[in-house]
Write a protein that binds this ligand. Sequence first.
Ligand code: GRF
Length: 201
Amino acid sequence: MKSDASMKRIAVFASGNGSNAENIIRYFNTGAGAPSHGAEVVLVVCNRPGAAVIDKARALGVPVSIVTREMFNDEASMMALLESRAIDAIVLAGFLLMVPPFMTARFSGRMINIHPSLLPKFGGKGMYGRHVHEAVVAAGETETGITVHLVSDHCDGGDIIFQASTPVAPTDTAADVETKVHALERAHFPAVIARWLHPSE
Ligand code: GRF
């Protein structure tokens, strides 16, 4: 296990189902007082009161803050929340609000997002969730994948850290593509976060 000094404290931001958030928490938080892989998820931030991610995170012992759009865009409120938990890094995992400029500035180089396509393809406004996979199928793509990237003020436009691809068959539906992409996310995202946080190891 890493010494406490190198242990990073992660906040995961999520809006919906939370399969990625759950997978990340399971990877880093192995149990009471015993984080592994050099980091611990110490906070989940969610902007949708009924989202499934809330119960998933709480069941794994991670506190959840439910924020309104107004609070999310308020620098004093959000920085107070993040500083109260001594957050080192933010991971966006299916988070649907645009991140305000004060947060990209304060967490410059310390905030990443996962996007369910091979950016720059199928990124930008309106490209989230099932919409992405429908667009991939409609375009007749033969492959798709995932992109993990730094968060900048440009929607889906920050530096790319990692990509992985999967074939798309001519008979695949958007739901089929989504299943393949979720499998990639499950297989790669937590370890990509760990390597990003501790690049020399
Ligand atoms: C994932 O496909 C992720 O890539 C995208 O939104 C989806 C969230 O799924 N940004 P979940 O909430 O983690 O299940």
